[in-house]
Design a protein around this ligand. Structure first.
Ligand code: NAD
Length: 431
């Protein structure tokens, strides 16, 4: 791989410009915001190269006695503002380009919200459905040992991502602690509460979505009470956001999950729907609602449309039909760049993922701080501090968007890149 190309606007030579892949897209995003970085733009090349990339072999004995090898990665995109922060993904499609891009987006998210973290990400190329819990534990422990060279509470702090969870974080924490000979709870976040996890972490992302929505509502002169809301995803993020909107007097008129779309013009009974999803596994069949097809869902005339399920949901195909006043991106990457342009041209106000769903990494930051001091805060304190950080992040981004007449998404990148490059400038070039 050759990333030493001196031409700042070109992609690394190993990336096909016609099919740039995740890392190529990240580099293009940095190129796009460079004109807004003023004199700091001379340092921008540093953001187009991850600081550190580690590829590890993870050999594991399977339950049948054979040995399997898995490829693992940990990429630290930037450590300018503090230790690396970012999840670990277990998925068969994990590849270097994806982990590099995800680490870059973590740098942007942490810096956009002004957390004292850099960006990192990890992954293991594995199909968890093909393996027993014991095998997953062995993969986790060996992977943790292999990346143990570069992680640590003051170096780089992993967290859960796709197919990883608090139990896996507990195994990572234990393995790292065994290797260094003392318990280091702060090496990962998203741990079980009993092992130094934080109260409020489970709801943090959905709560952050709601808080940013209330700020966007002020900018668009919309009252939350009485507003109509449509939510895709009724899991951790979408379910929490729907409940908070409901409690604030909004009418959540439609919910779309993997089992279907349900609709009720006067607003759904969210507590009853939560119970229904708990017992049946999905929203389909909820008696107090009609079913609806997905195309109708995206075109609903609502105040808030909240994609909080998967990436790539609002595309060129359906973006033109969106009639929502505000789109709040609870999911990561739910809107394609083309769809983003279409909705913006149609006057839809979009709160981008790097701001809207940053509540999770913010409470991860609180978990890390609590672990350092071994002093734990109440859920109320956590929610209050989360709200302050989310509101400040939204306001700072909105101010930059207004100054340059750019979208909130571009503004979030400008805010984040400016913070990272200011840190680079102040630290200087070693040696
Ligand atoms: P989750 O697994 O708790 O819930 C996912 C929801 O999406 C479920 O309701 C599921 O039914 C729905 N869904 C799945 N496939 C679907 C499909 N094909 N069509 C419609 N709905 C579908 O996940 P989550 O933690 O709520 O995460 C949702 C999104 O938010 C993801 O993009 C994730 O990366 C992002 N995110 C999560 C967090 C967090 O702290 N949990 C933080 C930042 C970003």
């Amino acid at each position: 791989m050759n990333t030493s190309d001196n031409n700042s606007s070109s992609l690394p030579s190993w990336i096909d410009p016609h099919n740039p892949g995740p890392w190529g897209i990240f580099v293009q995003q940095i190129d796009r915001v460079t004109p807004y970085l003023g004199s700091l733009s001379r340092l921008v090349d540093t953001l187009k190269r991850p600081k550190r990339t580690l590829i590890v072999d993870v050999p594991v004995e399977l339950d049948n006695g054979t040995i399997a090898h898995f490829e693992g990665y940990r990429v630290q995109h930037s450590l300018a503002l503090g230790p690396g922060k970012g999840g670990v993904r277990f998925h068969p499609d994990v590849c270097l380009s994806e982990v590099m891009a995800l680490s870059g987006w973590m740098s942007i998210k942490s810096a956009a919200v002004n957390l004292p973290f850099g960006g990192a990400k990890g992954g293991v190329k594995i199909d968890v459905r093909q393996h027993s819990l014991k095998e997953i534990e062995r993969v986790t422990r060996r992977y943790t040992s292999e990346i143990g060279l570069i992680i640590g509470p003051d170096k780089d702090i992993p967290a859960p991502d796709v197919n990883t969870n608090p139990q896996i974080m507990a195994w990572m924490m234990d393995t790292y602690s065994m290797n260094i000979g003392s318990t280091a709870t702060g090496v990962v976040t998203g741990k079980p509460i009993a092992l130094g996890g934080s109260l409020g972490r489970a709801e943090a992302t959905g709560r952050g979505v709601f808080v940013t929505a209330t700020e966007a509502a002020k900018d668009c002169n919309i009252n939350i009470a009485g507003a109509k809301v449509a939510v895709q995803g009724f899991g951790n993020v979408g379910g929490t956001a729907a409940r908070l909107f409901h409690e604030a007097g909004a009418q959540v008129v439609a919910v779309y999950d993997h089992t279907g779309v349900i609709y009720r013009e006067q607003g759904l009974d969210i507590p009853a729907l939560t119970q229904h999803v708990k017992t049946t596994g999905g929203v389909a069949g909820f008696s107090a609602a009609d079913s609806m097809n997905p195309d109708e869902f995206w075109a609903l005339p609502v105040e808030f449309l909240i994609p909080a399920a998967l990436e790539g949901q609002i595309t060129e195909r359906n973006a033109g039909t969106v009639r929502a006043k505000i789109v709040i991106e609870g999911a990561n990457g739910p809107t394609t760049p083309q769809a983003d342009d279409i909705m913006r041209d149609n006057g839809v106000f979009i709160v981008p993922d790097v701001i809207a769903n940053a509540g999770g990494v913010t409470v991860s930051y609180f978990e890390w701080v609590q672990d350092f001091s071994s002093f734990f805060w109440s859920e109320e304190e956590i929610n209050q501090r989360l709200e302050v950080i989310m509101r400040q992040a939204y306001r700072a981004t909105s101010e930059v968007a207004r100054q340059h007449d750019i979208s909130l998404r571009t503004a979030a990148f400008v805010v984040a890149c400016t913070r990272m490059l200011q840190a680079h400038e102040l630290r200087g070039l070693y040696p």
